[in-house]
Design a protein around this ligand. Sequence first.
Ligand code: BES
Ligand code: MN
Ligand code: ZN
Length: 507
Amino acid sequence: MMKITVTKGALKNLKGDLLVLPLTRKESKKEVEKKLSMFAIAPAALKDFSGKAGESLLLYQNSSKPKTPRVLLLGLGDAAKADDFRKSAETFVRRSGPLKVKKLVLDCSSIPAWSGSSGESASALAEYLVDSAQNASYSFGRLKSGKLDKNKDGEKDGKVLIKELCIRVNAGNLKDVQEGVRRGGIIAEAGNLVRDLVNMPGNLLNAAEISEAAENSARKSGCKVTVFQKEEIEKLGMGGLLAVNKGSKAPPTFTILDYEPVRKPVATVAIIGKGVTFDSGGISLKPANGMDEMKCDMAGGATVIGTLEAAARLELPVRVLGLIPATDNMPGGAAQKPGDVITTYSGITVEVGNTDAEGRLILADALTYAVQEYKPDTVIDLATLTGACIVALGYAVAGMFSNDDALAADLYEAGKQTGDKVWRMPLWEEYDELIKSEVADVHNTGGKGAGAVTAAKFLEKFTEGHTSWAHLDIAGPAFSASKGKKPVSGGTGFGVRLLLGYLRELK
Ligand code: BES
Ligand code: MN
Ligand code: ZN
């Protein structure tokens, strides 16, 4: 994470490797020309720059000893929505890499005008910029020893990461912007923690290590944390989690994070995340091609950890519970077999037609446990649950299933606002037919067609009739598999901003 400072010093006196001048599409030519002349830049440059969100134009100052030799014109579009600010922050980070920018000066003197055009407070705008800049400069370097590459100090994969971002504001905005910087930092840190956890391979992150990560996070944020080890999981009778774990050498864990605000909470929300640290498919083994990506199968659990951490550090007025059933899904000699019938924590029996439909088995126990133990107002689960959801919606958007129209609407809005988009899918009773079992109460797969829906219908059976539940299938957006092709590959942190956006609206 880069260091961020806020200053009201005169822009001309600020030193850095790059000065970023954000400009909106509507800004008058005169105003912009005046700004450019301050930095000895010819107005002709504006011919090549429209101010579209995410656009950028790199220029060099034509003076003898410039404090910032390079100036980047940065398009803010109409500075009308959060996305304009997110896009432009990503752009200046992306452009800084090849220029080896270590210190960047960002001119936010126009924040009052952007507040006017967007209807967002100065602190909110600063939060978006900082959060997005930290998110865009994420890199997963912890498993590189550096022994084989000759990169110099501070370089990662040949790029220099920005070390310091200096935000210039007018004196009247200093306090608000500082507050936004603080909040944006908390959210980005939580998002980047999720990405780190998702990127950790199966041999370095097992169920016990997920619990440890939750404990470390809780220590930092002040949450309460409880970890059930295998013995307690057996005593509780969490038959779904135990069945999935049968083929594994590593014991399962069940982690509960609990954030309680100082004052009486406005609501209690339970968030449950799938924590499959590696999904081989079990005896219903997956094909070899792409199986390595299944280290991402604990993304839901990681998102729970990140969300709880940020919710606590932001001191939201909501009680938030985070529950993470964790195990890997392996084909050992003792592994569960297709056709097995298991008894879940709820007492509901399940015919396991396919051991690769394991996420729903561990989530079943967690859903019932959360509802029975905590009687939350709202239950939300997140899981990289089905390939079918990727077929339906692709990689940019999560599938949402809910029995509560108001909750679905709130999550949809939070998705649009934060960029972690969700699209609602049905839970109609027609789909119940598909998961009927001849020998048990329910079957864990639904055959051909509607795979994301039948998975959600299965989960619904374990919610004990709770009337405000949402299931988010994040199989697509949680992980970007394109190795090296896209600017980011691996864990995306999807879901943290969505859930925080939702929680922050609860009043
Ligand atoms: N973890 C997978 C789903 C998945 C697929 C996540 C691709 C991320 C990317 C899940 O456990 C799984 O294997 N689901 C099966 C269900 C089927 C056996 C009913 C699937 O989607 O094929
Ligand atoms: Mn699976
Ligand atoms: Zn899985």
